[in-house]
Ligand binder design. Sequence first.
Ligand SMILES: CC(C)(COP(=O)(O)OP(=O)(O)OC[C@H]1O[C@@H](n2cnc3c(N)ncnc32)[C@H](O)[C@@H]1OP(=O)(O)O)[C@@H](O)C(=O)NCCC(=O)NCCS
Length: 182
Amino acid sequence: MLAGAAVRLRPVKADDLDWLVAACGKPSAFGEFEPFFVGEAESLKRRFEQDGLLSEDLTRFVVEDRSGRRVGLAGVDDVDLHSRVARITATILEPAERGKGLGTDAHRVLVSYLFLHRGLLRIEAFVAAGNVAARGVLKRLGFVEEGTLRSRVFAHGQRHDVVVLGLLYEDWSRRSVASLAI
Ligand SMILES: CC(C)(COP(=O)(O)OP(=O)(O)OC[C@H]1O[C@@H](n2cnc3c(N)ncnc32)[C@H](O)[C@@H]1OP(=O)(O)O)[C@@H](O)C(=O)NCCC(=O)NCCS
C-alpha cells in the first residue's frame, strides 16, 4: 500500500476486476485525449490472471480516495533496472472525481515510491499532446517536457502527437529539500 495525502495506491485484487473492466471500458474513463487506452480493460483482466498485474514490465494499482472508495488506476510500465528508468500513468476514472487533487497526488505517490524505494533515477510519462490537464499536473510535479513524438498514436479516426515528459531524481530531490526548507 502506497499512501499519499489524498489517495492510497494498492495492488489490484480479484474482486476489483469487474469494477476495473466496467470503469476502464467507459469512453470517458481516459478522457477525450487519451482514447488509445480504451480497450485496455480486458487485457488487464488477462494479465491479472498471469501475474496479478505486478510484474517488472507492467504494474497496476487501484487508486482509492481517503474513504477507501476506488477512484482510479495508476501504473508503472517498462521498468529498466539497468538504466534505472520507468514510465508512469495515473487516471482518475470518473470524470466527476477529477479536479479534486486526486490525480496530482496519485502521480506524486508513484514518483516518491519509484525514487525512494525502487532506486530509479529517471521517471517518464507519455501524454497525448492535447491533454492539457495531464501535462499541467506533471509539470507541477517537476516533470519537464522533453519532446514530441509526432503522429505517435491512432485514435478516434486520426493520428495524435504524444509529448514525452521526464523527471530526474537529482531535480526531484533538490525540489523536495527546498520545499522542506520553506
Ligand atoms: C489528468 C488527470 C489524471 C488529472 O487528475 P485530477 O484528479 O483531475 O487532477 P487534479 O485535481 O490533481 O489537478 C487537475 C489540474 O488540471 C487542471 N485541469 C483540469 N482540466 C483541465 C483542462 N481541460 N485544461 C487545463 N487544465 C485542466 C485543473 O485546473 C487542475 O489544476 P489546478 O489545481 O491548478 O486548478 C485526470 O484528469 C484524468 O484522469 N484524465 C484522463 C486520463 C489521463 O489523462 N491520464 C493521465 C495519463 S499520464
